[in-house]
Design a protein around this ligand. Structure first.
Ligand SMILES: *[C@@H]1O[C@H](CO)[C@@H](O)[C@H](O)[C@H]1NC(C)=O
Ligand SMILES: *[C@@H]1O[C@H](CO)[C@@H](O)[C@H](O)[C@H]1NC(C)=O
Ligand SMILES: *[C@@H]1O[C@H](CO)[C@@H](O)[C@H](O)[C@H]1NC(C)=O
Ligand SMILES: *[C@@H]1O[C@H](CO)[C@@H](O)[C@H](O)[C@H]1NC(C)=O
Length: 202
């Protein structure tokens, strides 16, 4: 009897394809993998103190706030901008970046807002006008240290690199992202997040 249980356990572990346990209250669907005994190791995520996180190429951890396995998508929380400052907490790492061989990339439903930009940004095709969505953030979000800085927004569409959102000192020093932003949505209803999609495992 014990031998059978032993063999069964071995088979399950060797197959390496059991779904990972929940992390805190969030389900971790296949192929996401929180440890080497479950999921597919290429889809590595981290469960630290019951908080599910994704690690960027630069080693910064972003909290995973939702997962839609049926459409291969997950949403991570944009890095914080400490109150009354205009610096993203991942500024020293240049913002968010995924490895070139990562199975994840940034989806085309993210409206990215950049704050405290240098004047050079005006040469870019980004929308830095006085009615850019970033103005609503500057003016309406409590304790925003980015108020009255030069800011811009853009839809992260398929014509851009799908693996990074860049910030740097002397460029733009803070950013946020809203998923599926529609003109006319009130700032209170914005869904802050960076939506990523993954290549289905086969
Ligand atoms: C692994 O398991 C998941 C769900 O349990 C399934 O959808 C997937 O097809 C399996 N993959 C392989 C390679 O067996
Ligand atoms: C900038 O974005 C706002 C809000 O979506 C839009 O009303 C405006 O036409 C855009 N301006 C330019 C120059 O694209
Ligand atoms: C904006 O960025 C510059 C560096 O590019 C920095 O010196 C300045 O303090 C930043 N402004 C705010 C409000 O954080
Ligand atoms: C991102 O990944 C998805 C699925 O893995 C793929 O269909 C899409 O073409 C990728 N997008 C870009 C811009 O590379």
């Amino acid at each position: 009897m014990l031998a059978i249980i032993f063999v069964l356990t071995l088979v399950i572990h060797v197959s390496g394809n059991d779904t990972c346990p929940k992390c805190g209250s969030i389900e971790v669907p296949y192929p996401l993998s929180t440890n080497e005994n479950c999921g597919d190791p290429r889809y590595r995520v981290y469960c630290k103190n019951n908080v599910l996180q994704l690690q960027s190429a630069e080693g910064f951890y972003y909290k995973i706030i939702s997962i839609i396995p049926s459409s291969y998508k997950l949403v991570i929380s944009p890095p914080s901008i400490p109150k009354n400052t205009c610096f993203s907490s991942d500024l020293s790492l240049g913002g968010f970046r995924l490895d070139d061989d990562s199975p994840f990339n940034i989806s085309t439903r993210n409206t990215v807002m950049l704050f405290n930009c240098s004047e050079n940004i005006l040469l870019s095709p980004l929308n830095c006008s006085s009615n850019s969505f970033c103005r609503l953030f500057e003016e309406q979000v409590e304790g925003s240290g980015c108020r009255e800085t030069l800011c811009c927004h853009f839809l992260k569409d398929s014509s851009m690199t799908a693996r990074r959102i860049r910030v740097r000192v002397g460029g733009c020093t803070a950013y946020t992202s809203v998923v599926d932003l529609k003109p006319g949505d009130s700032v209170d209803s914005w869904k802050y997040g960076i939506e990523l999609q993954w290549l289905p495992a086969n």
